[in-house]
Design a protein around this ligand. Structure first.
Ligand code: FES
Length: 609
């Protein structure tokens, strides 16, 4: 029998942390002691419901009345508890859903193991050459090719940029080298001449309309060793794909500016990744880039005029392999860059990557997947069919066009609950609030609706005590000036609500049209996969309350983070995944929403709360 005074272990998944606590400690206390930041809007009073976790194994104190009030019957059955109300009674294992983790914590995922068996298109071999002498005057390139032929790679090809660097390297490395090779049916190409024993890496890029994500993957183990992100600097030329395309169409020079700004930012990310992994850009010998069709084309230097005009046709839909150096990426001079197939319209290679990583491309379930961003791509899987569409959800969920909106950084309100006649907020980093990010504004609208502060059209009720009227315009007071970090009120105006209505209306209309195309109602969905940074941080309950997502039991939803970025990493390390991507893209039936007869009605219906 276990000594009841001994400390207990609390394993926190999927963050992989362990807390060691005294019996009777709350789960919220346990997460705090291990440095895991759980959202706790009410500070542990049991009134906000934001600290939901799921018990996987072990014993907690019995369910409290507060928990019975906050959790639904299906949540209780699935093992959900409020971390602030449940005490640790034995060693326990607890699963923290993404929406219960504070944003700062969720950005710290590195070295993520992949479920995909590494099978990259490149191999490395180590060679040791005989140095040139007066009786052996073979050129360095000939010496190298003959050594490769001896190793079973006859007829090797060395492109000029690799060749230009090759002699100096071989001399400096005393005629020893690790070669990154790309064998194919006809010949073997020498991609890089590296110092003996060098590690070799691949670069996975997810080029979003608003955000960029970059991952450095060790190609021998398949492990991601560094990840980083930045805003897409093209935002300065247009917030969404339509305005970005309009700018590119001004002239060939304007299109080149967009490409150059993007590549500059990506090169900075490559440098950052290399510093983190103690590598040099020369060691990056292969790459994969995914993005929606517009981002894909602008990055690759393809024309986008046809994408901006009906019938919105891509210049290229088949997979591309280009040279990283041809787009200006500063990695190994011979490195190739694989761009997976696009589907149609704006549904591009990033959605293919997301479908691969989330498993939706292979599922036998009736399932829906949404990759929520400035442009939202949606796919419905049913009986082997995949039906997809894209909707212009705009940048409101990134905090843009919102009076006190901001990105999900320190001091941003990320969770909002209404209790005891006031809003309670949780900020990223638990700093004093200075603005509100996408998940926060969605929560604020859901809570304001439930509290009767706004009506079903989104209009604030002027007779509500928390509705202020700055400049004669009714607005909900989220945090008064006395409680903010900048000494000004944080408000939610009618205009802010309208921006969110447009975004959620576009997404919900897309969902409804896909379901109608398949002759289904939402209840038929076994699973809804929600991807993208905002998709990870949003509270599913709030998204349901505002009508953005169908009202289904919470356990049918799965928030998967940046699945497009994960898919890009899979494609980087696996030739089989590249074959699957092509098969999957070929199977997708694309629905152009702007041309769909039911879209306008569905959109107008979805605007209301
Ligand atoms: S922190 Fe647990 S319910 Fe609010």
């Amino acid at each position: 029998m276990r000594d009841p005074s001994l400390p207990l272990r609390v394993d926190l998944e999927p963050v992989g942390r362990r807390a060691v606590v005294e019996p009777g400690t709350t789960l919220l206390g346990a997460t705090r002691s291990s440095g895991v930041a759980l959202v706790s809007v009410c500070g542990g009073m049991g009134t906000c419901g934001s600290c939901r976790v799921r018990l996987v194994s072990g014993d907690l104190s019995p369910l409290t009345l507060i928990e019975e009030g906050e959790l639904s019957a299906s949540e209780i059955e699935a093992g959900y508890r409020l971390a602030c109300q449940s005490q640790v009674m034995s060693d326990v294992r607890v699963d923290i859903p993404p929406e219960s983790l504070s944003a700062t914590q969720r950005l710290q995922i590195e070295g993520q193991a992949s479920h995909v068996q590494p099978d990259p298109p490149l191999v490395v071999v180590d060679v040791r050459l005989m140095p040139a002498t007066l009786t052996d005057l073979r050129a360095d390139s000939v010496r190298l090719k003959e050594a490769l032929a001896d190793l079973g790679y006859p007829g090797a090809v060395i492109s000029f940029p690799v060749l230009a660097d090759c002699s100096d390297r071989l001399h400096a490395q005393a005629w020893s080298a690790r070669l990154a090779l790309r064998p194919n049916d006809e010949h073997t190409e020498v991609i890089a001449v590296l110092p003996p024993g060098s590690r070799w890496f691949g670069l996975a890029l997810d080029i979003g309309t608003t955000k960029l994500a970059a991952y450095l993957v060790d190609l021998s183990s398949g492990l991601t060793v560094a990840k980083t992100g930045a805003m897409n600097p093209q935002i300065a030329y247009g917030e969404d794909v339509v305005s970005r395309i309009a700018y590119a169409n001004i002239s060939a020079a304007a299109r080149q500016v967009l490409q150059a700004r993007l590549v500059e930012a990506l090169n900075r990310l490559v440098d950052e990744l290399c510093v983190t992994a103690r590598a040099t850009p020369d060691q990056v010998v292969d790459g994969v880039a995914v993005g929606n069709t517009a981002m894909h084309h602008l990055f690759a230097g393809l024309p986008v005029r046809q994408l901006g005009e009906s019938p919105y046709v891509a210049a290229v839909s088949e997979p591309l392999e280009i040279r990283a150096r041809d787009v200006g990426l500063r990695v190994s001079p011979g490195a190739a860059l694989y761009l997976p197939p696009n589907i149609a319209g704006y549904v591009g290679a990033d959605h293919v990557a997301m479908l691969l990583a989330s498993g939706l491309g292979q599922t036998s379930k009736t399932a829906l997947a949404l990759d929520i961003g400035t442009n939202t791509e949606i796919s419905l899987a049913i009986g082997g069919r995949l039906i997809s569409c894209s909707c212009a959800s705009g940048p409101a969920f990134e905090g843009a066009h919102i009076r006190d909106g901001m990105r999900a950084v320190l001091g941003a309100i990320e969770r909002v609950r209404f209790a005891d006649g006031a809003f309670q907020v949780h900020t990223i980093g638990e700093a004093l609030p200075v603005g509100i990010c996408g998940s926060g504004i969605l929560d604020a609208i859901a809570e304001a609706l439930a509290a009767g502060m706004i009506d079903h059209r989104g209009v604030p009720r002027k007779d509500h005590p928390l509705v202020a009227q700055p400049n004669g315009q009714a607005a909900c007071l989220i945090v008064p000036a006395s409680g903010t970090g900048h000494g000004r009120d944080i408000l939610m105006t009618r205009g802010d609500i309208n921006e969110i209505q447009l975004a959620k209306g576009a997404i919900r209309a897309g969902i409804d049209i896909l379901l109608a195309e398949a002759g289904l109602t939402p209840e038929a969905l076994d699973e809804i996969v929600v991807a993208g940074a905002f998709g990870t941080y949003l509270d599913i309950g709030s998204a349901i309350r505002v009508g953005m997502l169908p009202d289904l039991p919470r356990e049918r939803f799965r928030q998967v983070g940046n699945a497009a970025g994960l898919g890009a990493q899979y494609l980087l390390i696996s030739r089989a995944q590249r074959v699957m991507a092509q098969e999957l893209a070929g199977r997708i039936e694309y629905v152009e929403l702007t041309a769909h007869s039911g879209f306008t009605d569905a959109f107008v219906r979805a605007l209301y709360f």
